[in-house]
Design a protein around this ligand. Structure first.
Ligand code: AMP
Length: 514
């Protein structure tokens, strides 16, 4: 059996690690970097460029350079409209409504785009190990739903990787930290990356890692902070010159780069200069954007985003039956936790400073490598108990969500509920499965539907159907329904629902392998 690699497929950057002996080791890419930009470009000849080379050509090739595909994966175009209006590339709706990217007239799925990043990470590992790699553990935000997880698995398949496990990013971070610091303790993993915020509370006891709760916001990350700066700069520029830089994709791309650079510089400096010469053409010739930004300005402008960090933390503590005083260590994960105002918020929320000595860019990939060791038997003494991040249930009369497995239940798990018919002589029931926290089923994510037919005719309410949900350790859900008394049964496995068919995955995989 070949080696299983651990990949942190990040919104902004990705990282790959392997277990060497019992130590997770981050692997340098061919350019010498320990992380690789999650960016993919198609140049004019149709060649694909990934990573740092793609980032370098982003400004000159904005409409064919895709970043942040993780924010699109497994989502509908209608769900990402707000985001789409601020991107230099074009989002289109695929036939099934999924959010795809139009790259110079060719619609491409986020799975395909992410597959290029995964394939690059695979090559990085192969160069280092000197052998071919076929299997990986890939991390996702804890708050990803089933469709997003499945889509990530499909991206792996396109890249020629069997995804042995989809691991939650905060759990990965805790695993990497926990195997290095073996004490029994409670951890809060505060993970703010380029696109998402996750908070998980874990208990480590004698090698058993138990996730007690997890919450988050899939629409809160570094890109949102960049956008605040873009708006600040563009609004001032528009007021002065009457020209909206956001309407021009090349100017917007330059503005985005400058905004991110300014944000990063303001993590270590109190002021920074934004300098974008020839950003627009005015009646009297070229116009330049030159201004100073202060850390205080950035923090004031981002207050709304910083405030959004609080509610998920409060919910996670509550679900774990903990108070901040019960938490022994706070781990900061994700590049955005380098921003001092983010660190201050974490200190305010948990009442203690965060753990030092954790590299927020690498710890998730290291945890994925540790997980591969648990699965492969190299780290037999470590046991991981994870939770499901969302309510799962079925739609009942009045579009209500009847929850069968609640959020933050330890997985694997199994739960049952009994439902009665609502009409006389009902001959079948249609079981529609949803995932999410809203009390109205249709406001949640629809995972699938199946029908149990040939029911015994009876007055309404008398025929009873038992619905059972079984979720495995990977979060894959199987649902069965049986008529009580007759044993008539039907079942469905909620899998391959990422929006791509097996043929499409195989076709894209062949194309990518060439
Ligand atoms: P990740 O998804 O964990 O790679 O996080 C990437 C995000 O962290 C991007 O939005 C980066 O701009 C941001 N980031 C990286 N370094 C810093 C820094 N020193 N200060 C503020 N944000 C940073």
């Amino acid at each position: 059996m070949g080696r299983v690699i651990g990949i942190d497929l990040g919104t902004t950057n990705s990282c790959v690690a392997v277990l060497e002996g019992r130590e997770p080791t981050v692997i340098h890419n061919q350019e010498g970097g320990r992380t690789t930009p999650s960016m993919v470009s198609w140049n004019a000849d149709g060649d694909v460029v990934v990573g740092a080379a793609s980032k370098r050509q982003m400004v000159t090739n904005p409409q064919r350079t895709v970043f942040g595909a993780k924010r699109l994966i497994g989502r509908k175009a209608s769900e990402v409209q707000q985001l789409a209006s601020r991107l230099p590339y074009h989002i289109v709706a695929a036939k099934n409504g999924d959010a795809w990217v139009d790259v110079a007239g060719t619609p491409r799925s986020p799975q395909e785009i992410s597959a290029h990043v995964l394939a690059k990470m695979k090559r990085v590992a192969e160069d280092y190990l000197g052998e071919s790699v076929r299997e990986a553990v890939v991390t996702v935000p804890a708050y990803f739903d089933d469709v997003q997880r499945q889509a990530t698995k499909d991206a792996g398949a396109i890249a020629g990787l069997t995804v042995r496990a989809i691991l939650n990013e905060p759990t990965a971070a805790a695993l990497a930290y926990g195997v290095q610091h073996q004490a029994n303790q409670r951890l809060a993993v505060f993970d703010l990356g380029g696109g998402t915020f996750d908070i998980s509370i874990l208990a480590i006891e004698n090698g058993v890692f138990e996730v007690l709760s997890t919450h988050g916001d899939t629409a809160l990350g570094g890109d949102d902070f960049d956008r605040v700066i873009i708006d600040l700069l563009a609004d001032d520029f528009a007021a002065e010159h009457g020209h909206d830089l956001r309407a021009d994709s090349v100017a917007l791309q330059r503005l985005k780069e400058a905004a991110e650079r300014a944000k990063i510089e303001l993590s270590s400096a109190m002021t920074t200069d934004v300098n974008l010469p020839f950003i627009a053409a005015g009646p009297a010739g070229p116009v330049h954007l030159i201004r100073e930004l202060e850390r205080g300005q950035l923090e004031r402008a981002c207050k709304v985003l910083l405030d959004k960090l609080e509610a998920p933390c409060a919910k996670a503590l509550n679900d774990a039956h903990c108070t901040p005083a019960d938490i022994d260590q706070v781990l900061l994960v994700g590049g955005m936790t380098r921003m001092p105002a983010v660190q201050e918020r974490a200190v305010q929320i948990f009442g203690k400073p965060a753990s030092k000595g954790v590299n927020p860019d690498e710890i998730v990939a290291m945890g994925a490598a540790v997980h591969s060791g648990i699965m492969g038997g190299e780290l037999q003494e470590v046991v991981l108990l994870d939770v499901t991040p969302h309510n799962m249930g079925v739609k009942v009369a009045g579009d209500r969500m009847s929850v069968v497995i609640s959020a933050n239940t330890s997985i694997p798990t199994r739960a049952k509920k009994i439902f009665a018919t609502t009409e006389d002589d009902q001959t079948f029931v249609a079981i529609e499965i949803f995932q999410g926290e809203h009390e109205h089923a249709s406001r949640n994510r629809r995972l699938g539907r199946f029908v149990l037919g040939d029911l015994r005719p009876a007055p309404r309410g008398q025929t009873k159907v038992e619905v059972s949900f079984t979720m495995d350790a990977d979060g894959i859900l199987e649902i069965a329904a049986a008529e009580i008394g007759t044993g008539r049964a039907a079942s469905v496995t909620i899998e391959a629902s990422s929006g791509l068919t097996a043929e499409e995955i195989a076709r894209l995989g062949n194309r990518l392998a060439r």
